[in-house]
Design a protein around this ligand. Sequence first.
Ligand code: NIG
Ligand code: FE
Length: 384
Amino acid sequence: MTVLYDDIGELVTNDPTVGDGSPLGVITDAALLVDGDRIAWVGPKAAAPEADRRVTCGGTAVLPGFVDSHAHLVFAGDRSAEFAARMAGEPYDGGGIATTVAATREASADALTANLARLAGELRRGGVTTFETKSGYGLTTVDEQRSLQIANALTPETTYLGAHVVPLDFRHDRDAYVRLVAGDMLAACRDHARWIDVFCDRGAFDVDEARFILRAGIDVGLQPRLHAGQLGPGDGIRLAVALNAASVDHCTYATDADIEALAAGDTVATLLPGAEFSTRAPWPDARRFLDTGVTVALATDCNPGSSYTTSMGFCIAVAVRDMGFTPAEALWAATAGGARALRRDDVGVLAAGKRADFIRLDAPSYVHFAYRPGVPIVADVVIA
Ligand code: NIG
Ligand code: FE
C-alpha cells in the first residue's frame, strides 16, 4: 500500500543532496511517498508519483520525527517539592536521585509500566518517533534488570545505567558497588540493554570507575555512552571520545580541550536544555561546539529530578533562545543529531529507504518550534 503526502509547504528531509542544499535539505511545495513502513520517494509535488491513497497536507510543514536520545523514564514518585526548593535557591547536586530510587524499588512492575507508557505517549504526541531510555533508579541487580525489561517492551534503545549514583546501602563501600555494577548486575542486565552509561561527575562516579564499568560493558557487547560535565568540569568527556562512545551527554562545563577532542573524534555531544532550565545551571554555549565542528544532538533528558519535560519543542525553543543555536541547527540536532547519538542511520532523515517516521505541523515552518514556544504545533505523527 502506497500513500502520497501531497501539498507539503515545507518538507525538511535532513538530506543535504536535495532541496535547498542546506543540512536540512528543505524542499518547498513538496510531496512524500510512503510504501509500507518506509519512505519510497521525496521531491517537488509537481513530480509526485501515483499512489494508492493521497493525503493533502494543505501547505503545512512536514519533518523527520524527533529522535530523543536521552531520557530516564522508568521510575516512580514525584520531586516537585525538590524543584520548588531549587527555584527558591537550593542547588542541584543529584542527591534527590535517592528519593526516586526508593520510590522505584517500592513500585510494582505494573505501576512502572503505566508511568513509562504515560511518558511515551507524551513524547509521541510531541513528535518524538524514536526514544532512548535508561535504567538507573533501581540500583540493585533485580531492580535494574526489571527496569530494563519494562523499557524494552517500548523501545529498542535501552541503556543500562547501574552506575547512576552509589546507592545509600553501599555508601560505606563504593568499590563493592562498582564491582557489582561491572559484575553480577551487568550479567543480569546485558541481554535487556543495547547501551551502557555511567554518570561520570562530581558526587557520582570518577573517570577511573567510569572507564572500568564501561569497559566491562563493552566486553559483553554493550555500546558505551556517558553522562559527563553536568555538575562541573572533569575528564569524562575525553573518556567518552577515547572509548568511541556514541554520545556524551550534558557537557555543560565542557572545556576547550574537551571540545577539541570531540571535534577530532566520533562522539556526539548531546546537549540537554531541560536540565539547565530546571536546575538553573549555566547555559552551555552551543556555538563553541557547532563552530568547532562537533556533531551536536538535543534531547529531553526527561527524568523526575533535573528535567521533567518530554517536549522536544520546548528544548528547541530554549536551545535557540539561550544556547545560541539557529532554528535550523536546533531542528537538525533534535532529529538527525539524535539519530547519530544512537548510531542509527534508518531514522532522522526522510529519504527513499528510510523508516517512515515523520511529523506534520499545524504551521508553515519548523521555525515555529522556537517562534511559538510552548504551543502544541505537532498535528500528526506517523511512525513506520
Ligand atoms: O541526566 N545526571 C544524572 N542523571 C539525571 C538526573 C537524575 C535525577 O536527578 O533524578 C540527569 O540529569
Ligand atoms: Fe540523564
